[in-house]
Design a protein around this ligand. Sequence first.
Ligand code: NDP
Length: 349
Amino acid sequence: MSKTILVTGANSFIGTWIVQDLLEKGYSVRGTVRSQAKEAQVLDGVSKDYHSRISFVHINDITTDSFDEAVKGVHGIIHVASPFHFNVTDPEKDLILPAINGTLGVLKAAHAYNQNNDNTIKRVVITSSFASIFDPSKGLRPGYSYTEKDWSPVTYEQGAAAKNEPMTAYRASKVCAERAAWDFIDKEKPSFTIATICEPLVFGPRAGGFRSLDDINTSNASVRGLVTSGKDAPMLETRVPFQVDVRDVAHTHTAALERSTDTSERYLIAGGTWSFQEIADLVHSSTVIPDNIKNTTPVGIKGQSLPDHYEIDSSKAQKDLGITYIPLKKTMEDLIVQLADLQTMLEQS
Ligand code: NDP
């Protein structure tokens, strides 16, 4: 019988690609989603041939709900669920507590299960973020190269106070959740190891395509914002100049799950640099992106590059996990063709 892996937030942009990758590798997947309605978002993203190897557990709110049922009988866990949006009225309730409690809830349930069941859970992979590494107070920091040794100095208190700065609140949610995971490992010394994956902005197509605007997650929404803003619209400001393709993020998670090691590891990944101007240039020179998108994408100043900025050193993930990266052109063409199809669907409805 194939091994079962629990994927939390299985319907998320990143989660659906992880589910697909695991199924292709022969695993069975148990996905957590909030409700039955969200199951379709996962099933739509994977071949029907695999549906018999997917099951679901409903966890409506990771802030408060138990993962005890979800972890029963699984061999590994990939914890993806965490809020990534900027509709924030209460930063603690909306972003920070779900991130921390969700991570601790998964780890506590896995630890308790292992203690009574022969340590069947071997590894827990956690989707962290470059937000937990990057120090926003240092700005573009030319000449500096971020590695897994860096930690964002953003605190719980700064995040909780950031009612009008949802990006700060989000950064706090990710750094506090990842720190909570490492503290748990230090104090509880569970029999499983963990791997945290720190990625910058993740772009790319949605597994199964977009059925409605609700299917577009926060990072891809910024690309849609650009390519629907109008030919003469001002160019958007690029704040974090690194990106990675969602399919590479999925492979990194499954490779980190499978890596046979007795140590817990932190991995920083990045496919390369990007800017809104670079995306606009790609759109206008592309032979696959249709005219309905070209006509609503600003031209900006063709070829204009970003000011000098920091680097991201992702050599550890390349060495340990064999990660290679999809070029930005393919990431954007695959995403924007899906966005063009959605635009056509919206215009016709
Ligand atoms: P999505 O918005 O697509 O996914 C978020 C997932 O978390 C959804 O499944 C969502 O469920 C679930 N979720 C959020 N809050 C709760 C809650 N309180 N209770 C239960 N489930 C909840 O975003 P992404 O796929 O982009 O993000 C997935 C992970 O990747 C997150 O941990 C995010 O921080 C991380 N990440 C993303 C990056 C990016 O650029 N996209 C960059 C770096 C890290 P539902 O759909 O039902 O709301």
